[in-house]
Design a protein. Sequence first.
Length: 519
Amino acid sequence: MEIYCTRPGCPRPVNPYPDLDSKATLKASRQRYCTTCGMELILKDRYIPLKLLGRGGFGAAFLARDRYTPAMRLSVVKQFQPAGDLTPDQLHLAQNLFEREGEVLEDLGKHPQIPDLYAFFEIDPPPGGAAGQPNKFFYLVQEYIDGQTLEETLERTGTFSEAEITQLLLEILPVLKFVHESGSIHRDIKPSNIIRRRDGVYYLLDFGAVKQVTSGAAVGAQPGRSTGIYSMGFAPPEQMRGDRVYPATDLYALAVTCVMLLTGKDPADLYDNYSDRWNWRAYTQVSDRLEAVLNRLLQAAPNQRFQSAAEVLQALKPAATPQPAHSTAVQSSPAQAPSVPSASARPAVPQTPSPSPRPTPLPNVQPAIAQPAVTQPPSLGKRGSMRRPARSFSLGELIGSAAFTGSETGLVAIAAASLLGTAAPTWLIATGVAIAGLVVAQYFRWIEKVDLLIIGAVTLGIVAFFPALHAIPALGLTAGAALSQVLSVLAPLVILSGLGVVAIALVFRLIYTLLSRLL
């Protein structure tokens, strides 16, 4: 067995212990220590970290086994790891957020679609860490959800259908209803904080930024106002300004999540800063009903949105399938909390498959640390700061883009050589400039999908039908060549050029993937 050292910055955190491969030995073993830095490895003499799952703004997450359970239950151990350049006030706020996540999970973990809290403790590390490290490490142990986040699903299998988005809403809205009726607001809804278990059930993650509505302002905030913690692109205007947040704040972020999953585009690419409105409908096909629901949730003013998750469910009901049975478990108000199942007797969640299950198998990984929330003063919360580069291409988009680029390269090269001659390098320069422009346009998605087919067909037609653009004697093409002869020469060149660029793109994608996993 290999045990992972949780001390931040440990140069060799993986510690092999072959004698612990036996279950009986593992249960009875005494404390083990990192062979590099001396940090105790079995946390609280119980939780055995196996590997690093991910790092975020304030911490790291590890996959661990609980050796005091019969089946050595898997769990997620989060460690509080603030950045070393935080001010004392920021450090205090970060620690409060981490402790709040434990408190919230202890309360809200009663819901079957919110990870349960198993433990919350601190450890005094032995000497041996880097300068400036805290003298105490804080840990949170929670339920492990075997699945992948919506961010991972989008990256691996592409955009969601309307049926899948409807199913997502039907499963997550009852969870938000429970959260809101319990007096809390999540404040960080986004694809990386929603995970789909292997059986298709959705879970809501990462409650570190939760605001307790009933307890007044968040820690460090003025009464009636919110802290400047949000995820850029998903937070509505009132949250970015640091104003008061509402249940409608979470619903706005959920709508942004839905349009991102429907279109495959980053929120910054779906918001028109010039007209100050969302422009997502042109990139996907959905019913008028779902469009109306999402557009209302995306209104800038909170009072113009749906005010509760129950209202959204009601608006979806005529066009949606019946709500999952497990959602009825959260219809009670906070005053009826005793009727909610306790953490020790959590009801089994019925397996509700999506209308169109995705064939790609889900990996056995849960990145429990989401992307760090953006922390900025309210004065920086401007909608205009949302613009950033386009998201990376999926494999299908990469192949299509490479085929288009290669084909256009062949056609443009032939046209440039015909007009400028092959004796001077000017035709190569002209070809390079033209292709660079096309690559930039594809990267920023100024042209995509059907645009590529139209541009390719138009280019082929222009080169084929204008004699001056295909007069290259070396290829057997002259200005007076018949159209059939021209096409018989151009078609193989275009196909070979496209396949060549596709091959190059796939090789680079493979190298990038291998390096990203190794590093």
